[in-house]
Unconditional design. Structure first.
Length: 139
């Protein structure tokens, strides 16, 4: 977690995460789920890392460390984090993790930063059905 903050005055406010070193970032995209029922996942990267920043609303972010890229164990431990726009923080997801996330509020938006360009994405994209890692169900 990379903590940020907010500066307010008579003109309004500025949210910031000044300690987020973006020198490795090559691209970003913004995700807005169609509703709060949809779970996006599982998607993992063996080489790429990601950083997540909630623009608005809140999300659950589930993480799993992949043990075998050809045949991962479905019963790997899953760690859940609740991430909110009001927290003003960036969550770093290192290489080797899979993610699944779900908006908790209508209109929530999540910015994702990646350290490789789009031309590399197809070479490092591992996906499984949302119910593959069974420990997510018990969270």
């Amino acid at each position: 977690m990379i903590k940020g903050g907010i500066a307010k005055d008579h003109r309004g406010q500025i949210r910031f995460v000044n300690d987020f070193d973006m020198s490795q970032v090559k691209r970003f995209y913004i995700i807005k789920n169609g509703d709060t029922e949809l779970v996006r996942g599982w998607r993992a990267h063996r080489i790429e890392q990601r950083w997540f920043y909630v623009q608005s609303g809140s999300f659950t972010l589930d993480l799993v460390k992949i043990d075998d890229w050809a045949n991962p164990s479905p019963d790997l431990p899953v760690q859940r984090r609740i991430i909110n726009a009001s927290d003003m923080q960036v969550v770093h997801v290192p290489v080797g993790y899979g993610t699944a996330f779900q908006a908790l509020e209508e209109g929530s938006e999540l910015t994702v930063f990646a350290d490789y360009g789009i031309e590399h994405a197809a070479k490092d994209d591992y996906t499984w059905p949302v119910d593959f890692f069974v420990n997510r169900k018990s969270l």
